[in-house]
Design a protein around this ligand. Sequence first.
Ligand SMILES: [Zn+2]
Length: 506
Amino acid sequence: MFELTELPIDSTALRAKLARPEAGACVVFEGWVRNHHLGQPVNELHYEAFDVMAKLEGDAIVTEIEHRYPGCTVLCVHRTGALRVGELAVWIGVASPHRQAAFLACRRGIEEIKRRLPVWKKEHHPDGAAEWVNCTTEAASRGPKSADYYARQSALPEVGATGETQLANARVLVVGLGGLGCPAALYLAGAGVGQLTLVDSGKVELSNLHRQILFTTDDLGAPKAEAAVDALRARNPFIQLEALATEFAAQNARTLVAGRTVVLDCTDNFATRFILHDACFSAGVPLVQAAVHRFEGTLDVFRRGSGGCLHCLRQNRSVAELDAAAGNCSGGAVFGPAVGVLGTLQASETLKIILGRETAETFRQTHLINLLDCSVLSIAREANLNCPVCGRVETASSGAARTTSASADTPVMLEAAELAALGPVRLIALLDAGETFDPSRAVAGTLSLPMSDIAQLREMTATTETVVLTCRRGVRSAALARLLRAEGRADIYAMAAGSPAIMAAP
Ligand SMILES: [Zn+2]
């Protein structure tokens, strides 16, 4: 419950109101009038509020806190009128079965009342002068303090005053606040992206904390979007943050994507990825996408009219097959720093686009990053003429005939039956760091090669034979087959299913 009162606050009576048998803790905050502010003596404060508005906002704050911390009962009273030094201006009490929840709920109440309650304060000084305080929020404008905040960033010649304005005007959407979304949002907020909207319908779980760096044990059970906004607000008070604890889906995709400067895909499943990709594609909004499996990740920046799209990479595979290939599942194994690196790269690519520092290559490459051998492999992601999504757009927008080799029109990834139809081929098994190859489980004559040895691969594929590449899961071999096709090597394919002869590191 929230109350406004012109009468002195009776804290004993308020505490009695909170008493209940199931409560094991009561945390109380009292805000007192002090005799100084910003180095000036103060002898009286005058609080004014538009009662209806203040009551509505106060009730909303209390309701939100009780919802966020189930079992807590919150009571908040704010005084208005003239108050002398030592008098109680604000009283917030929380009763709860557990002390930790009571403490967190009370602290949140203090912050939200200070930040949101429409109550104005006039200071009276002993010399008779008086002034309104906190009428303008520094957070809303890039005043002297925010200049200090961004000092080390604006010192970059690539940023400067122009860049700071570009960042302040940017509107960025982050979908998914897991291992990728946390570091991405952290650096975007730190860089001063003016409006940052975070979407995630999930709640913080204990198994998230080893990699989802915005959350602590205090956040367990809290909606991720809200907990993330709290953490970011504490780091940068100069930006607008919006938490949407809702599922990103086909129904709200267009609305959420509309008007954004850049969108980040930090989700962990291909069903959502395609919805997000297609919404960004139709709105013409750049999409920065990353995915991580164990120690390796991929980074793609998509933009309509530049390079291949997510459908080009799909190669006729179903969403379930893509999820299986990428190891997507809620219980999947993840190396914490891998999502940290990829999420940070997503923030970096986003900031470059906002600052106009992107290049044509930004939108035409897939980067494969492996933390086991600390390697980065960048592969051209050309648009496929046959792609029902981007192929058509590029042809229409360029208006020119595209020249392409015959093999570029045929899918790179082949299923076993299609492979058999090719006749005799040269099979090459590509081994990632730490992987081993068991010839007895492979098709006779299969050659093996470390994946990082691109020069050797070029040599081995410089034959007139049809070449089929394979790797453990089928993803990287397809990327390398595309790379070689882009270099002009026709008749090269990859096995969609991957190879059972390649074993992961123990
Ligand atoms: Zn495409």
